[in-house]
Design a binder for this molecule. Structure first.
Ligand SMILES: Nc1nc2c(c(=O)[nH]1)N[C@H]1C(S)=C(S)[C@@H](COP(=O)(O)O)O[C@H]1N2
Ligand SMILES: [Mo]
Length: 513
């Protein structure tokens, strides 16, 4: 007899072998063959808006890692639970592994670009897992003629064999992960390529954009600091050679550009602040970069866009979609197919080799990374990924502001204090930032005009600072609000990110000593 505990452990080992072998084989077939990633992606596709918001706010960019670990954990728990009841006559655990493989295969086949061959690793992995489970549960491994002794020794040998399989499975998985990363990585290519020369340069960023004497974020966000938001479990690795941009739909001529074809177009450099609709009040899902690319307008022109079109549905290499008003892509704001970010080829996480960047719109309706397809269409005919998940069809950026200094709960000494933060209202631009301080008596003070860093353009944020005398010890609250260049004051009404961006004033509490 094999105990239920030993069987459960056998189930964990079998599941690990199944996952490990599948991942190792998938490393040689390519990313679309990875069932683990495909299941994770399928979960992301079906995540309702509030859960996504919660995950982003709780885990930030680590949300993908958390999901990935969660998928493995669920598989292992189910394996352990079901195999406890595995017998020769009722192969419950084996059936569960087979069922998991069916789900894995379905997820693999549902991904863009998947072929029937992509299910091979999952099927073979599940086969190995079931074989290991049957072997361990039958007790044959420990019932060899030379090993006829009974009791604890037999149990010990069984757990050693089980742990051996567990280790081998985990090792295959780790090896597969490393090999897959190495084989697919475009890091080497990216390091070797050059950006095209700049035809239309952005005006230089004057030092006056940055207020002095206060530790604010830099006006230009470094590539390493730039926030990252996307649904990609593994960062797509798309080489310039494999990249294509197909333009089709409501056009007179379909065109598919290769990367080298872009050389025929004018390169334009623009400083643009990118903002995420999921940014909560006070959040940091915003950053500014100098983007280099080609005007989307220029790329669309030879296709002959039909007059009835009002939207462009862009698709990334991993099947994510974005719906952008056609107007925003062709008007004089110069929406870009960007290939460079702050003087470097786009970092892989930010869309290498090419992405869209459109001034004035939240990223989910404009900033498709790893973009490979533009379908010229209409809002009443096509829906993009986040629009299907509860977000608005259109996402103009709302006038917002944030306090960076002091930090919530910070203590400051009596005397002169410099407060500061950022304000944004792309593409209108920020005209004023106003700050109100509430003292220990709970009485809100006057709205004070903050000093603003120089305005670069309506498409970029503005940094603000305020010199203030701290006189009364005790708890204070500082609140900020922005006024945009249309004269509109940032609304106090609080709203969450869903469906079209958070609103409300950002406040921070601090103590004067
Ligand atoms: N392919 C792809 N592009 C995408 C997304 C995505 O999930 N997949 N997310 C969008 C969202 S919601 C935002 S806010 C921006 C973020 O761009 P960043 O990661 O370069 O900051 O990318 C946009 N482009
Ligand atoms: Mo976003």
């Amino acid at each position: 007899m094999i105990t239920r505990g030993a069987k459960a452990l056998a189930g964990i080992a079998a599941a690990t072998v199944a996952l490990g072998v599948a991942r190792l084989l998938a490393a040689f077939l390519g990313p679309t063959a990875d069932a683990h990633a495909a299941v994770g992606a399928a979960v992301i596709d079906r995540t309702p808006a509030p859960v996504r918001e919660w995950a982003i706010q709780t885990f930030g960019t680590a949300d993908k890692l958390v999901l990935s670990v969660l998928v493995v954990a669920v598989v292992v728990v189910i394996a352990a639970a079901t195999t406890g009841w595995e017998t020769r006559r009722f192969p419950i655990g084996s059936t569960a592994i087979a069922g998991g493989a069916v789900i894995g295969c379905a997820a693999v086949l549902s991904r863009t670009g998947a072929t029937a061959a992509d299910v091979v690793p999952t099927v073979v992995g599940a086969g190995c897992g079931i074989a290991v489970l049957r072997l361990l549960v039958s007790g044959r491994v420990v019932d060899a003629p030379a090993a006829r002794d009974d009791g604890p020794d037999r149990g010990r040998r069984l757990s050693l064999v089980t742990l051996g399989f567990l280790g081998a499975g985990a090792l295959s998985g780790a090896l597969g992960t490393v090999i897959a990363r190495r084989r697919a990585s475009v890091a080497g290519e990216r390091a070797a390529v050059a950006l095209p020369p700049v035809d239309v340069a952005a005006p230089p960023v004057p030092p006056e954009v940055q207020p002095k004497g206060v530790a604010l974020p830099s006006f230009i966000t470094g590539n390493g600091e730039f926030y990252r938001i996307d649904t990609a479990l593994a960062v797509p690795q798309l080489s310039r050679d494999d990249w294509r941009l197909r333009i089709h739909g409501l056009v007179d001529r379909e065109i598919t550009y290769r990367f080298d074809d872009l050389d025929a177009f004018t390169t334009v450099e623009k400083v643009i602040t990118l903002t995420c609709v999921s940014n909560p009040v006070g959040g940091d899902l915003i950053g500014t970069a100098t983007w280099l690319g080609y005007r989307v307008r220029d790329l669309l022109a030879p296709c002959g866009v039909r007059p009835e079109a009002d939207m462009v549905l862009s698709t990334s290499v991993d099947g994510f979609t974005v719906g952008t008003p056609l107007e925003a892509l062709v008007d004089d704001r110069d929406a870009l197919l960007a290939v460079g970010m702050n003087g470097q080829p786009l970092p892989t996480e930010h869309g290498y080799p090419a992405r869209l960047v459109v001034p004035g719109l939240y990223g989910y309706v404009s900033a498709t990374k790893w973009v490979v397809d533009l379908e010229v269409t209409r809002f009443d005919r096509a829906r993009a990924f986040w629009t299907r998940h509860g977000w608005s069809e259109r996402g103009p950026i709302k006038t917002q502001s944030r306090i960076d200094v002091p930090r919530d709960g910070q203590q400051v000494e009596r005397g002169p204090v410099v407060l500061g933060g950022v304000a944004w209202a792309q593409p209108r631009g920020v005209r004023e930032a106003q700050v109100r301080i509430t003292g220990p008596d709970g009485q809100p003070g006057e709205w004070l005009p903050a000093a603003l860093g120089a305005s670069y353009s309506g498409d970029t944020w503005r940094l603000w600072s305020l010199r203030w005398q701290a006189t009364r010890p005790g708890r204070h609250t500082v609140t900020v609000r922005a006024v945009d260049n249309d004269g509109v004051v940032q609304t106090e009404a609080q709203a969450g990110p869903v469906p079209d961006g958070a609103t409300g004033w950002h406040s921070v509490a601090f103590t004067v000593r």
